[in-house]
Design a protein around this ligand. Sequence first.
Ligand code: 0A1
Ligand code: ZN
Length: 863
Amino acid sequence: MLDALSASAQPRVVRRGDYAPPAWLVPDLALHFTLDPARTIVRATLKVERNGAHDLPLLLDGDGLELLALRVDGAAVDPVFAGEQLSIALAGDAHEIETEVALAPERNTQLMGLYASGGLLCTQCEAEGFRRITWFPDRPDILTRYRVRLEADKARYPILLSNGDPVASGDLAGGRHFAEWHDPFPKPSYLFALVAGDLVANRTGFVTRSGREVSLAIWVRAPDLAKTDHALHALETAMRWDEQVYGREYDLDVFNIVAVDDFNFGAMENKGLNIFNSRYILADPDTATDYDYDAVAAVVAHEYFHNWSGNRVTCRDWFQLSLKEGFTVLRDQQFSADQGSPAVKRIEDVRSLRAAQFPEDAGPLAHPVRPDEYQEISNFYTATIYNKGAEVIRMMHTMLGAERFRQGADLYFDRHDGTAATVEDFVRAMEDASGADLAQFRLWYSQAGTPRVQALLSHEPGDGRARLSLRQSVPPTPGQPVKQPMALPLRIKLFGAETAAPLAAEQLVELRDETAEIVFEGVSERPVLSINRGFSAPVIVDANRPAADLAFLSAHDDDPFARYEAIQQLMLDTLVLGVTQGRADHGAVIAAVRATLRDRALDAAFIAEAVLLPSESFIGDQMAMVDPEAIHRVREALRRDLAQSLAADWRAAYEGAHANRFEYSPAAKGARRLRTVSLGYVMASGAPDAPEIAFAQFEAADNMTDRQGALTALVNSDADCREAALDIFYHRYSDNALVLDKWFSTQALATRDGTLDRVIELAQHRDFTLANPNRARALVGAFSVNQRAFHTAGGGGYAFVADQLIALDKLNPQTAAKLVPALGRWRRFDAERAQAMRGALERILAVPGISRDMFEQVSKSLE
Ligand code: 0A1
Ligand code: ZN
């Protein structure tokens, strides 16, 4: 097998333990770009300085560069290569290295380095893309001052942007022009960026709290300008929030954001020049859903917050990635919570953690928040690094309290400003500022796997005592067969089953040993346990509470998250029982949903989250062996029963949640959400007028949330008008790529019969292309998380995805490799499906020239 692989796919393993400080530093870099999509010339002048006493050569990284010239202190030298690196022997302690290279942005389909997107030229350098632009020690612990000169055709590329502040610009002969940018802050190469194109800006001014005047601009192509107000407003709000909550101010005179259509991730925090996937910038009511609006604000805030957590303090090496990502995700979650309902935000964040990170932690690609090794770092931009990393820092916040946490953050920023730091530095700053002992807590960074906590509450009415026994275990994960007990904070409260009153104040219990017992005194009535309130620890709790207790908590708990959790657990228990026993009583779920729907004290957004059934894949995650058809059947049966038993309530909720005109406010968003969820139930009831109601909403909608909500309800059904609705939608938005993505993904996510065939057909559609990552994800990515359709008996779903990934790997390995995990879940399926999934993975692995990205994901998935 191995001899079929290209050199690029030879398993190279990078280990955290092998870290060594750089032999040479690069304090200054001048970059000169002669931009052209077919052939761009890059001249680089590096000032290098020996770092300590040694006689090691200077090693420069490069990838796919045509080397035109190499000079040391002005004299041409012949290049010497050591593996993929350029090795330069240097006699003195300080030298000047000059290189000249050529590259072809328009042929760059990987979208790493300098590439063309929709008439623009732009860059993506994290994690190792800078080496695709010029020869450089492309590692995050080299901090360099950049001076950049861009030259390009003026008509085609009137706007020339890079990091830092603009210092000069002007015209050149032959219709060309130039711009120069200096970034006063030393930065790692992964934060370098440039953009050239025909762009217009939505601008505003911002005065920081110490009085610095900053000019903010969001750059897009002219037709998109009207869709940038929301992002610009979010940026201002985020800048103010970071001053108020973390005491962090912006530090340059300009802050530019550019939206591009072809982008591997969501966005990138390049110093002073953020580059965004346009789906996280562009929003107007007709084309973006409330979900999109929220995501735009969250990603704008996330990238802005990186200016401190990531840029001012960066990462020593890529094993420390969660240092910037976990912390920044926590910061963007806190920001979003402050803009609307913190409870609903927490519910959404936990839902996505459970949908993406828990399965990762339970599968073949499980890795610690601070990994020990990787083959390709791009594969480690995962839910574990981002979302679990955020949960780990959130636990510190919970244990230390807001005030001491803030002191820890201040100490961290003060100590490490202008340097490349480690996860250990962060934890130590938290300890030093607070006096807390986080020695055992550090296991969260080194041990993979989601801990499980068993909780058993017993009550002796005679002596008024209740005892809570806790037992934790951390499952084995690849390379980590045996685990130690974690330190985990559990917020716990008891309620009286008769009075519905709290029996004592909430306790924050820090479980440290494998087992613990907590005794509550003066408990005279039967207690009901509320545990892991607010999802204080990212663990799975097995509390085995009877349906009656869950129903009770869903009505009476005073922690909204716990209330949500109780009704969801009740649904989940009922669904799992239905799948494993073939039948389950729906009565308790129906009663709890009725009570929630009728509770006037609850806000609409919360109700909508609470009454939604757990997804098919989340039900699957609870079972050792997933039966996708049975799960679908049982869930649909409960949905229908809920729909019919509460038919009048759903109609009332649907009609009550009607707004007259579009408005983007927490209340209006909540109303729309409840409206869409209720419409789903109205459809599920099978009422003959239901499709008409959905179709009427689809046509009359004055916003994308209502329109896509109705379309989804129709597409999931067998209603006659489903195809008509799809056609109308397609023609209405055929010139809007981001909305067409929705057209693809809505169909790929459909839970009805025949989805596999439809998806295969859509891959042939003239608007489908693997060259655009958003489009590839909209069809292939969405389909691969549609449990029922992807696992259609016969293995056609696996074969389809394998075909697409093989084709995509040739264009864009990063985006292809991100889609492998769905196939890696084979251990959880019956022999026939498992074999077909393995077959698909083996077929991918056998392709000659497979990328390093794919090789790592696929080979680990087969182990
Ligand atoms: N640091 C960015 C994520 C990011 C990572 C890699 C990329 O390469 C294609 C792009 C973006 C963030 O956290 O937003
Ligand atoms: Zn980030």
